[in-house]
Design a protein around this ligand. Structure first.
Ligand SMILES: [Fe+2]
Length: 384
């Protein structure tokens, strides 16, 4: 059997396996999510990522698989071979996960972040490095957007970042194409089909948050950009509408949680009844949360994008809670920690118990662990 036939055989086998599991919630299971491990050790923050992976495998080795929505490496704008080598380095650091016999194939499900699509060769290289995700997404996002079922639960990856190459003959017609979910029709069909199959839970993953929590108030999916003035121009309105439509679809099909990164901090909240969980640093330099009313209006903390005064127009457009009593977030139920972390989802018949394990930074640093890894958050997501 040649290599490509072998891959097809394996994929068909697992489709059959997953399909057989569709009609019964045979047993509880757990999975793990983490994101954003980029750093300065050949593109990766190896000390932090390794510490979290080691702890995770010591304490949750029975997890069935791990989700990783992007920014695993720094990448390169000019040299795709460098990005490729950094991703190889990431796979080496993640080898304890790949070698964990308790996990099921392909063990780690990934998509790109903005750092993995900085050059027109990057997507092709990414697919070559991670060939075992399903290629069942839209034609122009194969291996970046896809879905799979496990134990009556549907997992959908949709990429928020991709490389645009409009006319291959025109070398000036290439650029990053990021900050939005492109194939909303495909997403809607996929979610509808998951519900039609009678699946109990749906999780959607992408790199960028729909509701930025700190550090990316000007981009992420709302993509309001720099120097925001009102009324919104047509480009800003387009991105905002695309974000709103994305969230409407998640709401309509009762998605249980949207899991993302991009923000290098941890935060979870419900918006219109759908959880957004930012699992945003297992190594990438920690940000601060959106500026609060009480913050010094003249000074930005390291990793803070704007002062409170500069943030106000963004809070207004995004309808965030701000002012003296505000939390500078989309929802009052927001909980967040400035920590390196990973999130464990314990999926049971009627609810999902979520546990977040993390470590706080060493004082004065944003990329070194300064405390023991411990349980820092827990909450329950009800079945809908
Ligand atoms: Fe990012």
């Amino acid at each position: 059997m040649n290599k490509s036939n072998y891959h097809i055989f394996i994929m068909l086998f697992f489709f059959a396996f997953f399909s057989a599991a569709e009609n019964s919630f045979s047993q509880s299971f757990k999975f793990v999510a983490m994101s954003d491990s980029r750093g300065s050790y050949n593109g990766v923050n190896e000390p932090v990522l390794s510490a979290l992976v080691t702890y995770m495998l010591q304490n949750h080795s029975d997890a069935k698989f791990l989700l990783f929505p992007g920014d695993m490496v720094n990448g390169s704008k000019t040299n795709p071979d460098e990005t490729y080598n950094q991703l190889l380095n990431w796979k080496r650091i993640m080898s304890p996960v790949y070698n964990n016999p308790n996990m099921i194939w392909p063990k780690v499900w990934v998509t790109v972040g903005n750092h993995e699509v900085q050059h027109f060769k990057d997507e092709e290289n990414f697919r070559a490095l991670f060939p075992d995700v399903f290629m069942n997404g839209p034609n122009d996002e194969k291996g970046l957007s896809y879905f799979f079922d496990y134990n009556q639960t549907t997992f959908v990856f949709v990429t928020s970042d991709r490389w645009y190459y409009g006319d291959p003959d025109d070398t000036t017609d290439d650029r990053r194409d990021w900050h939005y979910i492109k194939h909303l029709d495909w997403l809607e069909e996929t979610l509808k089909a998951a519900r039609d199959r009678g699946n109990k839970y749906i999780f959607v993953m992408s790199h960028e948050p729909a509701f930025p929590i700190g550090g990316h108030l000007r981009d992420a999916l709302p993509n309001l950009g720099m120097n925001l003035t009102l009324p919104l121009d047509s480009t800003r309105l387009w991105y905002l509408n695309q974000r709103d439509e994305f969230w409407r679809i998640l709401k309509e099909y009762n998605v249980n949680a949207y899991i993302c990164g991009h923000e290098h901090i941890y935060g979870r909240q419900t918006v219109n009844g759908v959880y957004q969980i930012v699992a945003g640093s297992c190594g990438a330099p920690l940000y601060h949360f959106n500026s609060l009313y009480g913050d010094n209006p003249e000074v930005k903390k390291p990793g803070q994008e704007m002062t409170y005064d500069e943030s106000i127009p963004y809070y207004e457009v995004l309808n965030y809670n701000y002012g003296a009593e505000g939390n500078a977030q989309a929802s009052w139920d927001f909980e967040g920690y400035r920590a390196f972390e990973y999130v464990v989802f314990n999926v049971n018949e009627n609810s999902v118990k979520v546990e977040t394990y993390g470590a706080f930074p060493k004082e004065g640093t944003n990329n070194e662990i300064g405390s023991e890894i411990e349980l820092i958050d827990e909450f329950v997501i009800e079945r809908k």
